[in-house]
Write a protein that binds this ligand. Structure first.
Ligand SMILES: [Mg+2]
Length: 263
């Protein structure tokens, strides 16, 4: 994989395609992975750079698998456009907006999480009901491969499984509505809504690959940047135009964007 920092001219070229949008994932991209989602914090440097970029770019957006209210509180930068729950929730004007037809999944997700809670008894598992989606984190289990296998087996036996999409992430199994909504569709709607001609998208996980592909399938000038780690899935490197290493290099990249957009 080519080193992005040797190809900053390419970054400049995408940036010159106005209207330009910077779109980023949160966990593992601008925030360090923590033992539990509640302990994760956004890099103060990333927050500062994002806040500077809001005034210089046509769009700065964040797309996360976290619930919308949580991601807004966690990032907390005014002027950023927030998308939560893998595209199912978006902040629109002054109010949160759910993807049409997704409301009915709140009960389905809640009952699935209850059932899993009763059926799975493994030390270190953490169940997170996020409203329209749910996460089962196994990062703190002694044998993470075993835990993942057990979770997937039990999920397959759920009566709700026909309504759900089961996806994998960094030490997490996710339950999502069986809808055509993901970070890719979310990015596509941002490109349309803000009439973007250039986009840089940064992400670290399987769900971000959907956004990489949406960017490559669009007609605009796009750059998909994968944030590498020892947990990064191989699809991430295959779909990314460039890979960078960890949150530290995301800080460096955002700093460069601030620098080159300074008059
Ligand atoms: Mg992530």
């Amino acid at each position: 994989m080519r080193n992005l920092f040797d190809h900053l001219d390419k970054v400049q070229r995408v940036l010159a395609s106005r209207p330009f949008g910077l779109v980023t994932d949160v966990d593992g991209t601008i925030s360090w992975i923590a033992p539990s989602p509640q302990e994760a914090i956004v890099s103060p440097m990333c927050r500062r750079y994002l806040s500077a970029l809001v005034d210089r770019l046509d769009l700065v957006a964040v797309i996360s698998g976290r619930p919308l209210s949580e991601v807004m509180g966690m990032v907390g930068v005014e002027g950023v456009v927030y998308v939560g729950n893998h595209g199912l929730e978006m902040w629109n004007k002054d109010a949160p907006q759910m993807w049409p037809g997704s409301e009915r999944y709140i009960d389905i997700i809640a009952s699935a999480v209850d059932a899993l809670n009763n059926m799975l008894d493994i030390d270190g598992l953490f169940f997170e009901n996020k409203g329209l989606t749910a996460s089962i984190h196994y990062r703190n289990c002694t044998d993470t491969d075993f835990a993942r296998g057990q979770i997937l087996a039990v999920v397959e036996s759920l009566s709700q499984v026909g309504d759900l999409r089961i996806t994998d992430g960094r030490k997490v199994v996710e339950l999502r509505p069986r809808l055509e909504v993901d970070k890719g569709s979310a990015l596509k709607s941002l490109i349309e809504k803000y009439d973007l001609s250039g986009v840089i998208y940064i992400g670290d996980d399987v769900s971000d690959v959907d956004a990489f592909e949406a960017l490559h399938n669009s007609r605009i000038k796009g750059m998909a940047i994968g944030v590498g780690s020892d947990e990064a899935p191989s699809q991430l490197y295959e779909a990314a135009d460039f890979a960078i290493d960890g949150v530290g290099q995301v800080e460096r990249l955002l700093g460069q964007l601030v620098e080159v957009t300074t008059d």
